[in-house]
Design a protein around this ligand. Sequence first.
Ligand code: MN3
Length: 198
Amino acid sequence: MHYPFHLPALPYTYDALEPYIDFQTIYFHHDKHFNHYIDKLNHIIIRYPFLQDKSLKWLLENPDYLPAGDKEDILKNAGGVYNHNQYFNNLTNKKEETIPIGNLLYMINRDFGSFEKFKEIFSKKAEEVFGSGYLYLVMNEYGYLGIMNCINQDTPLLHKLYPLLTLDLWEHAYYLKYKNLRQDYIKNFWQIVKFPIL
Ligand code: MN3
């Protein structure tokens, strides 16, 4: 028996993002929801030895090679693993990481006008997301930025777009603390978001 995927450890403690995201939310989101996608994906992959040495990215970028009968379930669960990995790695309790610097700052200024303008547009689009899904800051193969919404567990990878920021807008990401006030969760994202160094 070979289970290729494992739950990665959180890159911070469960309470590190308080008061913006609380211990309980992070615990259930990471140890239960995220882990569930890993278990489900492993249970499908176990039946296909040729998929067991493939990366998550490969599974998501090559849907045509996936076994027809399980293709949708593989994409859904691999997407769940990929999106959660991005999301948790893209949060931080280090204030200095919440501001884009260097190349990324240059690209944000170029493609959105300013960092303030980018935050305004991203927040507005996040508030407009309907149902369960994600909002991403993505980069295309030419190095240009855009904002993209995926529903359920779709990922930008299928469109050759790479997420630089991933905001989980499923209710489980905020409901324990924020209840119906999703806009406050979105507003507080800027307090704990980790911008990558490009
Ligand atoms: Mn989630």
